[in-house]
Design a protein around this ligand. Structure first.
Ligand SMILES: O=C(O)CCC(=O)C(=O)O
Length: 272
């Protein structure tokens, strides 16, 4: 058995140093900030330099406060970039998943991106970070389904990098207060059980969807930008037997998001 599969099976996770090409990570990060910058300009009237981290992130917080709805939608839009999706199907990722034992990997859910900061939460709520959970509860895919997590900036304990409980992927599916992203495992796990992971850009964490993990505590004034990729294994017998269940629901709005839009003349402008 190769060392990645051995560690994946034994510990439930593998932290691979400098696995990703830094330029690919930078492209995803840049694309996301450029999209935010467009809306920041609309909402605040200011053009912000995406490379001036503190200033740019201060503008992100202002955007969040001034137009929450647009912030949420922009947060969703940045998860639809070509660069992010390209990485999700990169042959290097496919090979890694195969090494971990997913003989026929398939995407479990669309790639996701998170921007964790207490300044991006409403009314002091804890919604900017996730309590202890197992991703399998949300994906419900193959038993060997796996998650890839990496930050797009160097991230240690202070920036709230992920915390994991080694070996907890073998503890079974734990009771949880929800199958969604908020809430978490109801039994007391004890904070001492968690190991704090730390990353430089290019590092990547691969873990079993059964591994218990939680967001770290970002005590800095900066945003912890990270990516999550989720995969199933088409060959896993119980996944086949259960008819390839798809627990992620992706559906259109029933009403027009912008009432009375578009006018005929707006359309004519586009197609003239
Ligand atoms: O990035 C985080 O802090 C939490 C991400 C996570 O746990 C997940 O996506 O399952």
């Amino acid at each position: 058995m190769n060392s990645i599969r051995k560690q994946f099976n034994e510990e439930g996770y593998v932290l691979l140093r400098q696995f990703l090409d830094k330029s690919l990570v930078a492209e995803i990060y840049t694309d996301a900030r450029k999209i935010f910058a467009q809306q920041i300009k609309r909402v605040t009237g200011r053009s912000v330099d995406i490379d001036d981290r503190d200033l740019f992130e201060a503008a992100m917080f202002e955007f969040f406060e001034k137009d929450f709805n647009a912030f949420v939608n922009t947060g969703k839009t940045v998860q639809h970039t070509f660069s992010l999706h390209r990485l999700g199907v990169d042959p290097q990722i496919g090979e890694l998943l195969k090494e971990a034992g997913l003989s026929s990997p398939i995407i479990g859910a669309r790639p996701a991106m998170q921007f964790n900061s207490r300044f991006l939460s409403k009314d002091g709520s804890k919604h900017w970070k996730l309590d202890a959970h197992q991703d399998w509860r949300t994906g419900q895919g193959s038993l060997d389904s796996a998650v890839i997590w990496f930050p797009m900036v160097d991230a240690g304990a202070d920036l709230g990098a992920l915390q994991v409980i080694p070996g907890s992927h073998k503890w079974g599916l734990k009771e949880s207060s929800t199958s969604g992203y908020q809430g978490g495992i109801t039994s007391d796990l004890g904070e001492d059980a968690f190991v704090q992971t730390t990353f430089e850009t290019g590092d990547l964490l691969l873990f079993s969807a059964f591994l218990i993990h939680q967001s770290g505590n970002n005590i800095t004034n900066n945003i912890r930008w990270s990516v999550q990729l989720r995969y199933n294994n088409l060959d896993e017998p119980t996944f086949i037997e259960r008819g390839y269940p798809m627990a992620y629901i992706y559906k259109p709005e029933t009403d027009l998001v912008t009432p009375d839009f578009p006018t005929l003349s707006q359309l004519e402008t586009v197609f003239q």
